[in-house]
Design a protein around this ligand. Structure first.
Ligand SMILES: Cc1cc2nc3c(=O)[nH]c(=O)nc-3n(C[C@H](O)[C@H](O)[C@H](O)COP(=O)(O)OP(=O)(O)OC[C@H]3O[C@@H](n4cnc5c(N)ncnc54)[C@H](O)[C@@H]3O)c2cc1C
Length: 385
């Protein structure tokens, strides 16, 4: 089978890249290893309203389980601060329905989505790339857009780096959980969630409760659910996944291949959210790849993709990477103190005013440029428990 572009993976990044390339008139072949797009899902489904706007997406009602107005941040000892706004800030999505809807947009723009076909090998020739699928046939194109998610097998075959820092996570879907429907909860503790945090995300009639940690996330999640007082809620689904926390990889292109989304590490280091950041990069990739193919100058043009996403998002990834390093180092005692400082010295107001769920650099800088908050936070950062 032959097209202009072969896309590996039909998650959000693959669909958005395909959509852009197909809109520019390219023949796009999308290979998805599963028989149904979006399954199995591995996500909490929290996506900012502003991020979806940046992606140019108007999500249909059937993909939306809830809308939240803000978040509660809770320290190990229960020091809490809340960031809230008067309008919905994030949607809680049914990720399976959302992924299917994105794929339908790509399909309607002309992309051919081939289900149940796993890409297994890659051969770069003079002016084409051949992707072999498990059943034995080849998909050929002038460029491959690798959107395979965090596993990174195709990236490795292409000689491109894969995201190295990753955290295992487990999530339960709870029915009848007694939680505030308007707010997400983020619980931090180096003791019960080392390397990440625990979350409670309200859905239409329950909650997604999850935890990422460097070790034993399942055991730690069960303990967190008891601690949070949610043991009486009914577990209706369990899932596990890998969260990328190390930021973007160094190189995301070769002469004929680009990587987008999780495989390129285009995920917020602070929260593990990758739908918006990966989606923005995927859209750039789709457009730049299409222009390169239309110009007939693929091998020299793909560098523009890396230059573009770095220019647009490099500062964001830099500050979020710093925040992740601090969060990984700080003791529980330090966290309690830092939360107290943020609460008592106007940190919530700074976050409400400047905070953006995806573009966090401005709020992080403002937070640390408030002298009292900065001093107290730094003092607590050096505390060890
Ligand atoms: C527990 C957890 C909670 C999360 N919560 C959030 C959240 O609330 N908000 C948020 O924004 N992000 C969240 N994320 C991150 C988010 O899920 C990812 O960033 C996002 O799904 C990345 O999209 P992608 O298209 O790059 O990859 P994926 O969504 O992983 O899609 C990759 C696709 O490629 C297919 N594929 C893989 N290999 C091949 C192959 N060789 N051949 C063919 N097909 C292949 C896969 O089947 C899959 O369909 C969470 C992640 C985890 C683990």
């Amino acid at each position: 089978m032959k097209g202009d572009v072969v896309v590996v993976g039909c998650g959000p990044a693959g669909s958005l890249a395909s959509l852009e390339a197909a809109k520019k008139g390219l023949e796009v072949l999308v290979l998805e290893e599963h028989n149904v797009v979006g399954e199995p899902d591995h996500c909490a489904g929290l996506v900012s309203v502003s991020g979806l706007k940046r992606l140019g997406l108007k999500v249909p009602g059937e993909c939306i389980l809830n809308k939240v107005y803000g978040a509660r941040f809770i320290s190990p000892s229960g020091v809490e601060f809340t960031v809230r706004r008067g309008t919905p800030q994030a949607l809680v999505l049914d990720r399976r329905a959302f992924d299917r809807w994105l794929a339908s947009l790509a399909h309607d723009a002309g992309a051919s989505i081939i289900l149940g076909e796993k890409a297994t090998s890659l051969k770069v020739e003079a002016s084409e790339v051949a992707v072999t699928v498990r059943s034995g046939w080849e998909a050929r194109g002038k460029v491959v857009i690798d959107a395979e998610g965090c596993r990174g097998k195709i990236a490795k075959l292409a000689g491109l780096p894969r995201p190295r820092e990753r955290i295992p996570a487990v999530q339960y879907e709870l029915a009848g959980a007694d939680v505030d429907r308007d707010f997400v909860e983020l619980h931090f503790s180096r003791t019960f969630a080392p390397g990440f945090f625990a979350w409670v995300i309200p859905t239409e009639n329950g909650a997604r409760v999850g935890l990422g940690a460097v070790s034993q996330p399942g055991k730690r999640l069960a303990a967190f659910i008891r601690k949070r007082g949610l043991s009486d809620a009914k577990i209706i689904r369990k899932m596990a996944g890998t969260i990328i926390t190390g930021g973007p990889v160094k190189r995301t292109y070769t002469s004929h291949i680009v990587t987008v989304g999780d495989v390129a590490g285009q995920v917020k280091q602070t929260t593990g959210g990758g739908v918006v950041m990966g989606g923005l990069c995927a859209k750039m990739a789709g457009q730049i790849v299409a222009d390169a193919v239309l110009k007939g100058d693929v091998s020299r043009q793909l560098v523009k993709y890396q230059q573009s996403w770095r220019k647009f998002l490099g500062r964001e990834f830099f500050y979020m990477g710093l925040a992740r390093k601090v969060l990984n180092k700080i003791s529980d005692k330090g966290l309690n103190g830092a939360f107290m400082a943020i609460r008592e010295h106007g940190g919530s107001e700074i976050l409400e005013r400047y905070g953006d769920m995806d573009f966090e650099a401005t709020a992080l800088k403002k937070l640390l440029s408030s002298p009292r908050t900065l001093l107290i936070t730094i003092a607590h950062l050096f505390m060890v428990s």
